[in-house]
Every structure is written in C-alpha cells, then in structure tokens.
Design a binder for this molecule. Structure first.
Ligand code: PBG
Length: 329
C-alpha cells in the first residue's frame, strides 16, 4: 500500500498524537496506598521507597486532603503494627480501636466521600510475618480465612467501603462475603488480590511495615505455599474465576509491569473491573535508577503507568499516583 498508507501521518505533531491516543490516564484510575503508624506528628520516609512516607493519624488527615484536592478519590490503607502487639493469630487486627480501625475513621471524618479500601491479611499483625496462622511449619488455610472474615467485618464496622484481602488463602472471598452479609454489610465491597504472585518485588513494602517472614525454625522462609508461582499463567485465570464466583467485586493482578501478559489475559476473560498493583519494588527501581541519573524519572513513570492501563487495568494501585497526576495536570 505504500505510499497510500503512511502511518507516520498520525504521529506528525502533538495535536494529532493526542487526538488518536488510545490510553488516557486520569485521577479516576488510581488507588493510593497509604501507610499508617501510631504516634503524633509523624511523617517518616521509607528508606527503600524514597519520597514515600508513613503517617501518624494527625498527618494522615493532611495527606488525605491533599489527595482529594488532586482528584484522587480512593485510598488503600496499610498499618505498621508494633512488635509488642503481634502474635500468631493477628489478634490485634480485630481490636475495634486498633490502628486500622482508627485510620478508617480518620479518613472518613476528614473526607467523607473518599473511598476507603483496607488491606486484609495477617502479615502486619503476625509475629511470624506470614499472611496466615503458622502451625508446624505450614500456613493454616481455613482457620486463617475465618479470621479474615472477622477482620473484614471489623473494618466495615469502622467505615471501610471495600476490603482488599491480599493473603491468597483458598476460599477466603466466600468466607469474607458471608461474614459481611451476616452482619448486614451488604454494600461493603471486596477487591480480591486474586492473582498475586510470590514476588521479590515486595521487598520495600515489607520494610515499610516491618512485615517480612521471620527467620525461625518451623516458620516458612517465604510465601510460596500461598502466593502464586510466577512461572504460571493458567493458574491466574483459575484463581481469578474462583474469586469472582465466591463474590469478588473487583479482581487484582499483582505485581504490575512484569505481569502485563496476565493482566491482558484476565481482562479478556472476566467482566468485573480489573485492578493492577504496581508494587513497592517497581517504585524503588525507578527511584534508584533516576537517583543515579540513569533514567528519566517522570518519563519512565508515565510510560509504565500507561502500559499498565493499556494492558487492561481499570484501576491502578500505585505509589506514583500523586506524582503522575501532578505531572499530567
Ligand atoms: C501483604 C501485602 C503485601 C503487599 C500488599 N499486601 C506484601 C506481601 O505479600 O508480602 C505488597 C505491596 C507492595 O510491595 O507494594 N499481604
């Protein structure tokens, strides 16, 4: 067809490029992860996540307002729990006046229309750093799922709009859905981390929450018995379909950039919204390379976020949310 078809015509200048651009990033796409700590006046930088912070509740208010003013209307809450409150069953997770429960109320009081999602898993509360109860070197599935159900109810009672189970126990979506329904929380949604891989990209997050598996006899050294093998693709579809059948409103693929083949496949397969988590290690890699002057921070950030959406993400959980919105607005 040359020269009738010259594809470069649609690339001649920014006006035509923006006219035909297929993937547009807006504040509506983002879910902003927030790390919360006990105390007052605390905004501490996470060493392996430059320019990302843990906030005490008073400063969380300020941050939530700043997000809202940028058009970022959804947050995903994580808490850093002191060692003294950790045990094998994550008992503190059910404390009605625990840090998570207070954080939910703080966000809702500050910004009532902000969508609050909460991480549901035992690891920040676990003395062993696992997402489930540890017994004789294994992670107990059903006993853990029951606790996750109670934890979800506790978050709903505090005002959470969505719970986001990130643990990968089998059957926990159904257990959580039933627990919420039993308590009348019919409008509390579930965003399931449905295809969550056992990834080395979670390192900085575990620094942020001090939640890495501990090195002890009879405690598994990694999360490979519940998180998925990164060599697998069909398993991601099975996991996701199972979670939808059990009642998940939103499904998630995690991590992001290295798993965009899975994102596209799931997007083609399912009819519920698909979220993607661009995880802490992905954030840290860009920060580190940019710090060295080896990569253009903003350009790489925008390219990766756009690639995640192009692959099929309806929702992107990202530590870059604020930076991206500031850059493009
Ligand atoms: C814990 C949880 C993890 C992340 C979200 N929830 C870590 C893990 O599974 O070890 C990782 C997020 C990130 O790396 O940014 N259940």
């Amino acid at each position: 067809m040359y020269p009738l078809r010259r594809n470069r015509r649609l690339r001649t200048n920014e006006a035509i490029r923006s006219l035909v651009r297929e993937t547009i990033i807006t504040p509506n796409n983002f879910l902003v992860p927030l790390f919360v700590v006990e105390g007052k006046g605390i905004k501490e930088e996470i060493p392996s996540m430059p320019n990302y912070y843990r906030y005490s509740l008073d400063l969380l208010e300020k941050e939530v307002k700043a997000l809202w003013n940028l058009g970022l209307k959804s947050v995903l809450l994580f808490v850093k729990v002191p060692d003294s409150l950790k045990d094998n069953k994550g008992t503190e997770a059910l404390n009605p006046s625990g840090l998570m429960q207070r954080a939910i109320k703080t966000v809702k009081n500050t910004c009532p229309d902000m969508l609050v999602m909460t991480d549901v898993a035992l690891d920040p509360y676990s003395s062993y750093g696992h997402d489930g109860i540890v017994e004789n070197g294994v992670i107990l599935n059903d006993e853990t799922a029951d606790i996750l159900g109670e934890m979800s109810v506790s978050h709903a009672q505090a005002g959470a709009n969505f719970v986001a189970p990130s643990d990968m126990m089998d059957g926990r979506i159904l257990t959580i859905r039933e627990a919420l329904e039993d308590e009348g929380f019919i409008d509390t949604g579930i965003m399931s981390y449905s295809a969550k891989y056992a990834s080395a990209f979670y390192g900085p997050f575990r620094d942020a929450l001090d939640s890495a598996p501990v090195d002890m006899v009879n405690v598994p050294k990694n999360k490979k018995s519940y998180q998925m093998d990164y060599a697998n693709r069909f398993e991601a579809i099975r996991e996701t379909e199972m979670d939808i059948n059990e009642g998940a409103d939103i499904v998630m693929v995690k991590p992001g950039i290295a798993y965009l083949d899975i994102v596209r496949e799931i997007k083609n397969e399912v009819e519920v919204p698909v979220a993607v988590y661009q995880v802490s290690g992905e954030y840290a890699m860009i920060k580190a390379a940019a710090e060295k002057g080896w990569l253009d921070h903003d350009a790489v950030m925008l390219e990766q976020i756009t690639a995640i959406k192009r692959a099929g993400a309806d929702i992107i959980a990202s530590y870059f949310a604020k930076d991206v919105i500031k850059l493009i607005s």
